[in-house]
Design a protein around this ligand. Sequence first.
Ligand SMILES: O=C(O)C1=C[C@@H](OP(=O)(O)O)[C@@H](O)[C@H](O)C1
Ligand SMILES: C=C(OP(=O)(O)O)C(=O)O
Length: 436
Amino acid sequence: MPSQLTARRSTALSGRVRAPGDKSMSHRSMILGGMASGVTEVEGLLEGDDVLATARAVQAFGARVDRLEDGRWRVEGAGGFRTPRSVIDCGNAGTGVRLLMGAAAGYPLTATFDGDQSLRKRPMKRVTGPLADMGARFDWLAAEDRLPVALTGGALKAVDYVQTVASAQVKSAILLAGLNADGVTTVVEPEKSRDHTERMLRAFGAEVGVQDNGEGWTISLRGGQPLTGTFVAVPGDPSSAAFPLAAGLIVPGSEVTVEGVMLNPLRTGLFDTWIAMGADLTIANRRNAGGEAVGDITARHSKLKGIVVPEARAASMIDEYPILAATAAFAEGVTVMRGVGEMRVKESDRIALMAAGLRACGVQVEEEPEGFIVTGSASVAGGATVHTAHDHRIAMSHLVLGLAAQEPVSVDEPGMIATSFPGFVDMMNGLGGEMG
Ligand SMILES: O=C(O)C1=C[C@@H](OP(=O)(O)O)[C@@H](O)[C@H](O)C1
Ligand SMILES: C=C(OP(=O)(O)O)C(=O)O
């Protein structure tokens, strides 16, 4: 990868592409496969750097992990994790490290977790706090609440945990630890968050109780349930599909179809938002794949209008606000995105970075503590090099914007795109985009 990547104003994009495998489900398939007894075969695995780091971690914890062919992987679990010989390096992946800490906490082992410069800045107590309440021990090796951290696991007791932030990573870490805790663990969500862990635990043979508590879900899991290896078909990632679809919406004359996109309603908030903004977005060939609804989504160039995005939708599109903001830059009027303070603790402070990047491209942005407001216009200047702070979604969002801006848009650290979407540049160029 070069040290910069540039997107230039492109003529109409067109074509059909396949969404890469879902990152959330790919991480989970490796981790549950490693915790289980027997063989798990995974099809459609996202071979992005984040997931590859998780695959290496699961191997270090004692499973046998083999790549059979493109996207087809085999995990032979040893029915539990063992003390690894070296540090578990989770790279850039918040999902990877937080779920792995939860999974590992349930076993009598010691392990040190670390990550790259971006992951080392992200809060970890949201996960280690409840895991410590269950009996795991965490020793901070550099600074409190930050990686690297050493875990001593085993002999856990179940907890009843009421979450204050809607976070699927925190929920999942507690449930994975709860699997090897004494008693019934319950997690109460303040809002519904993605439910891939609950669904996949069932596919591996565990009983998971789920009750609607009016706002979120209350999930309960009895400890001591064994997991048995199974087959996992990973559907396409709606968070990645968002980028070619966004390009289809903002580049004049375009028509882009992304096939096989997961349509779990806890992941599709962006598509609802775009439709409310007037996007010509249609979903065809709805079907079921790997226990999830999927469909083929077509985006045609659209005259978008700004809206107030309902705050209740935040959890279902939390990773999609950067690309939403890039498309809002081309909408008529104002797009208001609030209740998204969680964006500040992702791979970067995504509110600050999107505001800075869009402003550098000539877009009017107002930043708030927990949100931001983009004022769109038919013509976006571009002509900037955007600092991405090791954040793949900041990079891809500005590159897509560059395909429709007046002047080229460049991003630094384009290598980070491979954490979630290794085929991004080839896919965009295959559709007729100019990126290089
Ligand atoms: O559980 C998951 O797979 C994820 C949950 C979300 O994080 P939070 O749980 O921190 O909201 C999301 O931002 C992340 O990309 C993936
Ligand atoms: C926030 C993200 O991932 P993670 O938390 O796994 O680093 C993301 O992919 O946008």
